[in-house]
Design a protein around this ligand. Structure first.
Ligand code: NI
Length: 391
């Protein structure tokens, strides 16, 4: 199967498709035009399409030739509240909204993959479910797709997705065994004391120094309670308390985020945040209440799927086109909600080149994604899917 030639044949159409998406970015759960555009591009195929009841997001089902497993391929389709500064011809026409995470590239790669696999549906067994998911940026979209019954009728055996990666060269695929992205959790700490006159601290319980000690104490969780080789981040992003210079604040609110690669590490951090906060406050005659908001779990790649991807990429794009990432990213991805139901894999699509603009980080208002990556993504996804379904 010559995926290189097949993807070259639709490359121009796909770049045109991507630029249209880029010009018309839509925020999470507002992807109505994007959904319609995907639907219209795929409607004259053998793919059975179903738009989600919210009107944003859709699922396509393509039957192959005979019995076999069901592979789901997911792309996220939403944009970010960022004012674009790339100066591209096809720059966002919606002020303050931009495809700065490359979800327009993800969507285009999945549409291209769907078009090609539709043409060669006799050459693989089983079936493919194409998931165009809204609202990844707010971490709510995968939950919607699961509630809509994405795992039913037919059930899914494995799931795969890709994400743009400016730090890998365009034309290349990057992957990693096991953990590739982190769990994200939020926490809030309310410290309570007794307010009073700034001149009479002995008649009050001052929550500002208590909060300061809690902040310092929490910094020791990573360095003193976790194994030294265990990656984790604890950031306190906000602290609010007090109303005037001559008033002792009777409460302070702190909040932040915790990123880990293992659920048990996140659980340990949660427990320790509670202990340090409550006991520190108590030691100074105050009290503290911790609320922990679980976000998305870590993304853990299935080893067999990573091996199949490595084989598919080597055979179709060449051995040099695959690189193994030395470490996971502590960013989060709501793809992990699917992985609570079935095994799967997330891999990286290189979008960098020699220009500085292409090497800016994701979510940067000036980032420019190398469009060469679209064809690479389509080839990688198609060859992986066929290999997986015929194994
Ligand atoms: Ni993203």
């Amino acid at each position: 199967m010559n995926f290189k030639q097949m993807s070259a044949e639709i490359e121009e159409q796909m770049i045109h498709f991507r630029r249209r998406l880029h010009e018309q970015p839509e925020l999470s759960f507002q992807e109505f035009q994007t959904t319609k555009f995907i639907f219209d591009t795929l409607k004259n195929t053998n793919i059975k399409l179903e738009v989600c009841s919210s009107g944003t997001g859709l699922i396509g089902l393509l039957e192959g030739n005979g019995d076999g497993p069901t592979l789901a391929i997911r792309a996220d389709i939403d944009a970010l509240p960022i004012l674009e500064e790339t100066g591209l011809d096809f720059t966002s026409r919606i002020p303050g909204i931009m495809h700065a995470c490359g979800h327009d590239i993800h969507t285009t790669v999945l549409v291209g993959t769907a078009l090609l696999l539709n043409n060669i549906r006799d050459s693989f067994k089983g079936r493919i479910k194409f998931i165009f998911q809204p609202a990844e940026e707010t971490m709510q979209g995968a939950k919607q797709m699961i509630e809509e019954g994405v795992f039913l009728d037919p059930p899914i055996d494995h799931i795969v997705c890709l994400h743009t990666w400016p730090f890998t060269e365009a034309g290349k695929i990057a992957v990693k065994h096991d953990a590739i992205m982190a769990s994200t959790n939020r926490f809030e700490i309310e410290v309570y004391g007794v307010g009073g006159h700034a001149a009479h601290p002995h008649k009050s319980v001052d929550t500002i120094p208590i909060a300061a000690q809690i902040v310092t104490g929490l910094q020791q969780i990573i360095s003193r309670t976790l194994p030294p080789l265990e990656p984790a981040v604890l950031t306190i992003g906000q602290i609010h308390g007090g109303t005037a210079d001559n008033i002792i604040a009777n409460n302070v609110k702190l909040s932040g985020t915790v990123r880990t690669l293992k659920t048990e590490v996140s659980d340990k951090i949660k427990e320790t945040i509670e202990e340090i906060s409550e006991h520190t406050a108590k030691a100074h005659s105050g009290s503290a209440k911790v609320t922990y908001y679980p976000g998305s779990p870590p993304v853990i790649n299935n080893r067999r799927m990573v091996e199949l991807l490595a084989e598919a990429v080597s055979e179709n794009l060449g051995e040099d086109s695959l690189e193994y990432l030395p470490e996971a990213s502590l960013g989060g991805e709501d793809f992990s909600f699917y992985l609570q139901h079935v095994d799967g894999m997330l891999f990286r699509l290189g979008t960098g080149n020699e220009t500085a603009a292409s090497q800016k980080g994701l979510h940067n208002p000036g980032i420019v994604f190398d469009e060469k990556s679209i064809s690479t993504g389509i080839q990688a996804m198609c060859s992986f899917a066929v290999k997986y379904l015929n194994q």
